[in-house]
Design a protein around this ligand. Sequence first.
Ligand code: FPP
Length: 224
Amino acid sequence: MDGNGRWAQARRLPRVAGHRAGAGAVRRCIQAAIGSGVEWLTLYAFSSENWRRPVQEVGELTGLLRHYLRHELAELHREGVCLRVIGERERFDAEMRAEFERAERLTAGNTRLKLMIALSYGGRSDILRASLRLAEAVRVGAVDPERLDEAGFARFLSTDGIPDPDLMVRTSGEFRLSNFLLWQSAYAELVFLDVLWPDFGATHFADALDRYARRDRRFGARPG
Ligand code: FPP
């Protein structure tokens, strides 16, 4: 979800105004996913690297997320959304972690849309942390490294139980993954849209799905 800052700058507004408008685009994106029958949606809302932004912006972003979880949870629950937070959740304060747990507990049984919000998420950090957990599992004899395969490794990632993404969309005209789902995106189709995230809406969502539908996915196999 890239381009909040530029959206605000173009309007001579503070960056937080872009993030607030970005929260509106989050709502539109979730509605579009539900409307088009998408079952799994992951939103990259805060990266491990975003902690390096000015303290004020970090505070505004976490405040916005807290507000979103508090005030929109009931609506998400009504819509049948199952919410899960992925990322380094221990880097957030106890109050925020309690919000994550409350949201996950309330929506755990919902099946219409599985919504993952990536918070303090970094692909490299996810792989490193999975490796450390795996090393511990090997040490205590819970895993036999000789028998470990890719699916076995993936169980230690924060996305355990979540299918790999078929489609990855980045807004704002940048052509980068920026440390998002590095392991999981091995065969994802990439779509880069020239729209700033706060302007993202149903037509952009449909455009991304349409581009995806025209791709020929071979997963490394020979053309048939
Ligand atoms: C990237 O734009 C966006 C972020 C770092 C924050 C994303 C957060 C939201 C969309 C708001 C709330 C989210 C939820 C789930 C309610 P940028 O600030 O890097 O923009 P720039 O590249 O134009 O400076």
